[in-house]
Write a protein that binds this ligand. Structure first.
Ligand code: GLY
Length: 305
C-alpha cells in the first residue's frame, strides 16, 4: 500500500494558468509514485516530487520563487520523517536549485535541524551544490509591479502589506509540498517555498519550522501553504497531526485544522495530509489550491484546484 499527495500552493490561481498548474502537480505526483511503486521510501518520494516542482517556474519554490522587497530570492524548505520525528530544514537560502535536497542533507549529515542564511549557503557549497539563479523574468516583472503599488500606497508599517495581499491574493500562491506513505508503512512530508512577495530580507515563514509548515509522525504527514505568519502561530501541521492522532481521518483532520486556524487567526491557508492508513486530506480557505494524488490501487492521478 502506498499514497502520495502533493500541493502546488494555496492562493488565487488565474483561470488561464489553471491547466499549467494542474499539469505541474500531476507531473510531481507521477515522479513520486514511481519511487513508491518500486518499493522506494516515502522520504525519496516526497523529495523527488518536490524537486520536480522546484524546477517548474510556475510554482513559488526553487526556480520561480517570489522576490523579497529588495528584489532577491530567499528560499525555505523542510523535510520530515515520521517514524522517528526526524526533521531537516533550511531558511533564507540563496542561489541553489533544490533547497529540499539541502534540507534533507541537514537532517542526514548534521546534528542540527535547521540551518539559516549564510550558514545554509556555506553548507550547500560544502555539499557540492552549484550556483543557480532562481529568478525568472516573469517574477521580476511581477515584483516591479507589486513594489510600485506598494510604494505608491501611503504605508507606515507592514499592515499595509497585509492589505496588499488581500487585494492581490496571487501574492501568496505557490509554496509546494508533498506527503507520502510508503509500502513499509513509513510517512514523510516535504515543503519548499520562496515565501511571500515583498517580504523583508531575513523573513522566515512556516515552511522550515517543525510543526508549522511541515511535519510527520507515525500517524501521518502534513504540509501547509498560505501566509506563514499565521500558520506558525498555531503550528498548523502539528495541529493537523494531533487531530489525526486523536482519531480523525485525514480529510476530517484537514477540515478541522483550517477551521481552527479560521477561528483563532484567520490567515489564508491550505493543507494536505496523508494518514497511516493511506487516506488523503485536502482543505483550504483560499479561492484555490492545486493538488494531486495517487494511491497504489488507483489507475489514474486525481487532481483539483
Ligand atoms: N507558506 C509560505 C510562507 O509563508 O513562507
Amino acid at each position: 500500500m502506498y499514497t502520495i499527495l502533493v500541493h502546488g500552493g494555496a492562493g488565487s490561481i488565474p483561470k488561464e494558468k489553471s491547466e499549467a498548474h494542474l499539469e505541474g502537480v500531476k507531473e510531481s505526483v507521477r515522479a513520486g509514485a514511481e519511487v513508491l511503486k518500486s518499493g522506494g521510501s516515502a522520504m525519496d518520494a516526497v523529495e523527488t516530487a518536490v524537486k520536480i516542482m522546484e524546477d517548474n517556474p510556475i510554482f513559488n519554490s526553487g526556480t520561480g520563487s517570489v522576490l523579497t522587497f529588495e528584489g532577491e530570492v530567499e528560499m525555505d524548505a523542510a523535510i520530515a520523517y515520521g517514524p522517528n520525528f526526524d526533521f531537516g530544514a533550511v531558511a533564507g537560502v540563496k542561489n541553489i536549485r533544490h533547497p529540499i535536497s539541502l534540507a534533507r542533507l541537514v537532517m542526514e549529515k548534521t546534528d542540527h535541524v535547521l540551518l539559516a542564511g549564510q550558514g545554509a549557503n556555506d553548507f550547500a557549497k560544502l555539499m557540492g551544490f552549484e550556483y543557480h539563479n532562481p529568478i525568472t523574468q516573469q517574477r521580476k516583472e511581477q515584483w516591479e509591479k507589486y513594489r510600485q503599488e506598494f510604494m505608491n500606497g501611503n504605508y507606515k508599517d507592514w499592515p499595509k502589506l497585509r492589505e496588499l495581499f488581500k487585494a492581490h491574493p496571487e501574492f501568496l500562491h505557490g509554496t509546494v509540498g508533498a506527503v507520502a506513505l510508503d509500502s513499509h508503512g513509513e510517512t514523510a512530508a516535504a515543503t519548499s517555498t520562496g515565501g511571500v512577495f515583498l517580504k523583508l530580507l531575513g523573513r522566515v515563514g512556516d515552511t522550515p519550522i517543525p510543526g508549522a509548515g511541515t511535519y510527520a509522525t507515525i500517524e501521518g504527514a502534513a504540509s501547509s501553504t498560505g501566509l506563514g505568519e499565521g500558520m506558525m502561530r498555531v503550528l498548523l501541521t502539528k495541529t493537523a497531526l494531533d487531530f489525526v492522532r486523536d482519531g480523525l481521518d485525514a480529510q476530517h483532520a484537514a477540515e478541522a485544522t483550517i477551521n481552527y486556524l479560521d477561528n483563532f487567526v484567520g490567515t489564508d491557508a491550505g493543507i494536505i495530509i496523508v494518514d497511516r492508513n493511506g487516506n488523503v486530506g485536502i482543505h483550504h480557505n483560499t479561492p484555490s489550491m492545486t493538488w494531486a494524488y495517487l494511491k497504489n490501487d488507483m489507475e489514474e492521478i486525481v487532481c483539483g484546484i
